[in-house]
Design a protein around this ligand. Structure first.
Ligand code: AR6
Ligand code: MG
Length: 303
């Protein structure tokens, strides 16, 4: 499989999953509100904060050849737009940075231990792509990029799980992925990963309700990152659209679960495997492909 196509599949898959999951997110109010923001003026399907922050992460990584925390904080805040559907606390924090405050004074201001939302995990794919050949540097970069908005250990662990899953998908041997994740995690994350192992080993297919109940479908990293890993693995050898259909029916934080699971699925199968008519009308598709290209070439430097 062409490695560069896997990079395309990861980032473009992520954006497409986000745009396709967004209309199904949350309750009646969120779904109603998204109708006003779901397309661009030229009729493309719009992505949410997940993809915007992923693009920000990629651009900053490319510009600085690594994580420059202050520049990244600045980048995240200058891209903030209400219409992308940012998490409530993340929105407050980014607006405060825009007004000139230091992220170091904000990331534990609203919650003592920081946010445990899935906002760090949803934007982590470029870090995985950039550092795919150096796990030690990747772990450090994940911590540095996450802590700007998500200081809580659960949020950082969730980002590490998604990044690790993407890196494994870029390589040839994926059979041991769940075992590797189980070995590198503990507590509630480990418990959920053991559930994933059990489900993948049995032939039974849990329903959306069972998945939401056992793994979660919420905005918290602990209730969405393992879910995304499970769904990416369950649908890994199936059509991309089957994965999306399942996530759309999962309820809860559908756009972010679709974002994270699509990034993992795309890193395994590549962009050429994504057969969905909406791909032709995805906002900023060419720009995202170019970012994936730049990350691909930069990652080769560190081999
Ligand atoms: N204690 C209590 N509540 C918390 C805590 C905490 N430590 N951390 C987070 N929350 P936020 P995100 C609650 O704002 O993670 C969007 O749709 C709190 O109600 O950091 O960037 C994104 O696309 C807080 O407002 O956002 C994601 O799908 C909320 O969790 C999703 O929202 C979200 O945390 C989360 O994005
Ligand atoms: Mg979201």
């Amino acid at each position: 499989m062409n490695k560069q196509d896997k990079y395309h599949g990861c980032l473009v898959g992520l954006a497409l999953g986000d745009a396709l999951g967004a209309p199904f997110e949350g309750g009646i109010i969120e779904r109603f509100l998204w109708k006003f923001f779901s397309t661009t003026k030229t009729g493309e399907i719009r992505y949410t904060d997940d993809t915007q922050m992923t693009i920000d992460t990629a651009q900053s990584l490319i510009a600085y050849q690594g994580i420059n925390q202050d520049a990244l904080a600045e980048h995240y805040s200058s891209s903030y737009q209400f219409s992308r559907g940012y998490g409530a606390t993340a929105a407050k924090l980014l607006k405060a940075i825009k007004k000139g405050q230091d992220w170091r004074n904000l990331n534990t201001k609203y919650f003592k231990d920081g946010s445990y939302g899935n906002g760090a995990a949803m934007r982590i794919a470029p870090v995985a792509l950039f550092y795919s050949h150096n796990s030690r540097l990747m772990q450090h970069a994940i911590e540095q990029s996450s802590v700007i908005t998500h200081a809580h250990p659960d949020a950082i662990t969730g980002a590490k799980i998604i990044a690790q899953a993407i890196v494994i998908m870029l390589k040839d041997k994926q059979e041991t992925i769940v075992q590797q994740l189980i070995e590198t995690n503990d507590n509630e994350y480990k418990r959920k990963l053991l559930q994933v192992k059990k489900w993948l080993e049995n032939t039974g297919k849990p329903t959306t309700k069972e998945v939401a109940k056992k793994l979660g479908n919420g905005i918290e990293a602990i209730n969405s990152t393992v879910t995304a890993v499970y769904l990416a693995l369950r649908f890994l050898n199936q059509d991309f659209n089957e994965l999306i259909k399942f996530v759309q029916n999962l309820k809860g934080d559908t756009d972010t679960i679709a974002t994270m699971s699509s990034a993992i699925w795309g890193a395994k199968n590549g962009l050429k495997a994504i057969k969905n008519p909406q791909l032709q009308i995805l906002e900023s598709k060419q720009k995202i492909i170019k970012l994936a290209d730049a990350l691909y070439y930069l990652s080769l430097k560190s081999v």
